[in-house]
Design a protein around this ligand. Structure first.
Ligand code: ADE
Length: 228
């Protein structure tokens, strides 16, 4: 049986090129989220534009699993650079995720520790990560590393520094860690590919409007290549 892959992007700009590449596409709206059901290079795919942030992403991932029965989920979109030496239009493929805004340290847990799931890091599926890395090939400079997720657009180099030192993060986003948690709870393999739109520092708000669309298009091309 052929597997069905769920693809989640937060914003229209992050999914529109993928949607345009889908064959036999049909749209369904559930919980205000548009899902496109069809194929990519002939392989079953379900694409969603979940909206920005962890709750939107979590709702979307759970619908992908419970309603559409996807076999794996890939998160795609733009990200802020956290690791030294990565710049706009570079790619980051997730090896693992952390939710940097989860903090029960006042009651003795390490920052990022998700109680009841009892982990800080959510490991991406190794097969998905390898296939995403292979899909990019030498088309872009790529880092495989930790994606730090939180309900905030990071635009402060003190925060970026914290994400590097605490979690060894390569990039930051606002959805990946939430999708990772939902998939972990359900036992569904997951991964992410992100393209850098800004440096997550004081320059970020200036860079983002200029670079987000280009970075989103670059990332979408890599997701389409994953299905080839
Ligand atoms: N997505 C793209 N840039 C980001 C940033 N600086 N912080 C969080 N999410 C992002």
């Amino acid at each position: 049986m052929t597997k069905t892959t769920g693809i989640i992007g937060a914003m229209d700009v992050e999914v529109e090129a993928i949607k345009a590449a889908m064959e036999r596409a049909e749209e369904k709206i559930i919980s205000s989220i548009p899902f496109t059901v069809g194929t990519l290079h002939g392989k079953p795919a379900i694409l969603a534009r979940c909206g920005i942030g962890k709750v939107n992403a979590a709702v979307c991932a759970q619908i992908m699993i419970s309603v559409f029965g996807v076999d794996e989920i890939i998160n795609t979109g733009v990200a802020g650079a956290v690791a030294h030496g990565i710049v706009q239009n570079d790619m980051v493929v997730a090896s693992r995720f952390v939710q940097h805004d989860v903090d029960t340290s006042p009651i003795g847990d390490p920052v990022g520790f998700v109680s009841t799931v009892n982990t800080i890091y959510f490991e991406a599926d190794r097969g998905i990560t390898e296939r995403l890395r292979a899909a990019i090939g030498d088309k872009a400079h790529t880092l495989v590393g930790t994606i730090a997720t939180g309900d905030q657009f990071v635009a402060d180099k003190r925060v970026t520094e914290k994400l590097r030192t605490l979690f060894d993060a390569a990039a930051c986003d606002m959805e990946g860690g939430a999708i990772a948690q939902v998939c972990t709870l359900a036992g569904v393999p997951f991964g992410a590919v992100r393209c850098i739109s800004d440096s997550a520092d004081e320059q970020a708000t200036m860079d983002y409007p200029d670079f987000a669309a280009k970075a989103a298009a670059t990332c979408s091309a890599m997701v389409i290549a994953y299905f080839a």
